[in-house]
Design a protein. Structure first.
Length: 202
């Protein structure tokens, strides 16, 4: 699967990225240390090698048009490949995190995107599993992947083919992994900074 995803990158022509890269670089405000999701603890107990902190210093990726295209390609590949299926249907449990083959829920899809991007060379400290509430669906809990770059934090989401800056979504952000250690989770404050409104050119 990893080889297929990386090979697929060669088939996609880079599109114009200047407008995307010109968006305001605003970073989310973090709160206190939070209790990790039970699904992450279960995943790590079954896959301890996937949850070890890396020796590298946390850093943001310098985003280029090629890396942006890589993000879009892997996001699209996973969204197209994995059909959303509940844990209850797959495992007979309300919560179970695992790498998916062709079916899985939002956490499984996030895990696969994180793995493919890491294998493509993205530091794990820039790939942060994030839990949110969706106000459009009666505050339903959901998981997305936050990707930290020097141009800000982007959201990879199985519910849309678009990659948005974190402040462009309608979600309420709950918590996410620390860049320094994937086993440390931190909350996100309720009131987040937003980009200043711009005046349309005449």
């Amino acid at each position: 699967m990893i080889a297929a995803a990386l090979a697929a990158l060669e088939l996609v022509s880079p599109g114009p990225a200047s407008a995307f890269l010109a968006r305001p670089a605003i970073f989310a405000t973090l709160g206190a240390v939070a209790k990790p999701p039970s699904g992450w603890l279960q995943f790590c107990s079954e896959n301890p090698g996937e949850c070890r902190p890396t020796a590298e210093e946390p850093r943001d990726v310098t985003l280029t048009p090629d890396l942006l295209q890589q993000l879009f390609s892997i996001n699209s590949y996973v969204n197209d490949r994995v059909k959303w299926t509940s844990d209850a249907e797959l495992y007979g449990k309300t919560e179970h995190w695992a790498y998916p083959l062709d079916r899985g829920d939002c956490e499984d899809i996030v895990l696969l995107k994180r793995r493919l991007l890491a294998n493509a060379g993205w530091p794990l400290g820039t790939l942060l599993i994030t839990t949110v509430e969706d106000p459009a669906v009666q505050n339903e809990r959901h998981a997305v992947l936050t990707v930290r770059t020097d141009r800000g934090e982007m959201i990879l989401d199985n519910q849309t083919p678009e990659i948005l800056m974190w402040y462009e979504t309608s979600y309420r952000y709950l918590m996410r992994q620390s860049p320094a250690d994937p086993n440390i989770w931190v909350s996100l404050v309720a009131e987040q900074p937003k980009p200043a409104p711009t005046t349309a050119a005449r």
